[in-house]
Design a protein around this ligand. Sequence first.
Ligand code: ADE
Length: 228
Amino acid sequence: MIGIIGAMASETAAIIREMERAETKEISGVKFVRGVWGGKDVVVATSGVGKVFAALCAEAMILAYQPEWIVNTGVGGALDLRLGILDVVIAEEVVQHDMDTSPLGDPPGMLSGINKITLPADPNLCNAFERAAASLGVQAHRGVVASGDQFIAEQEKKNLIRNRFSAACCEMEGAAIGHVCYVNKVPFAVLRTISDGASEEASMDFPVFAKKAAKQSVKILKEALMQL
Ligand code: ADE
């Protein structure tokens, strides 16, 4: 069983539509749809936006379905200046950019208790997604994905997150899912297609490109599942 989490219906609806033998169960207000997709047994959930929804979804998924691994699919804002709209980012590591106990002497982003700033995504899954993207003619960028409970639409914030964490992409769930997977020892991956540049134009670009970007992540994910 492979777990798939997207924050918004636009990031998961195409998967659920194409699933065979779909069975739905609701846990803590989240609908988990189990079935066959991309030739694999999967469970798909639409978590809701932000780290808390993402974390509760990942934890419930692990407890109820014991997935072999979990992938977070969706859209993201570009932090790396080389990235443009519809470029693809595969997380090598994830960080919670709004986690901050620095007044107590910790480095920004430090996860107290775990004492780590970034958490590694599974390298084999990264390779599988990179291969799948390449076979669809899409070049994927590997890097740090930074999550926080903020839609980033400001050059200054964008630069701060990029420079502080060497992050390629910002979004609002991947690192929370990574955190839950890390403590449960479940391998994870984050696959994001850029919907906006996380600067002042982001509020205009996101509604225009999010659907198309979400669709591209789903296409790469399906190709990866079929190749695995
Ligand atoms: N998801 C897509 N674009 C984003 C942005 N600019 N900030 C946070 N999450 C995003």
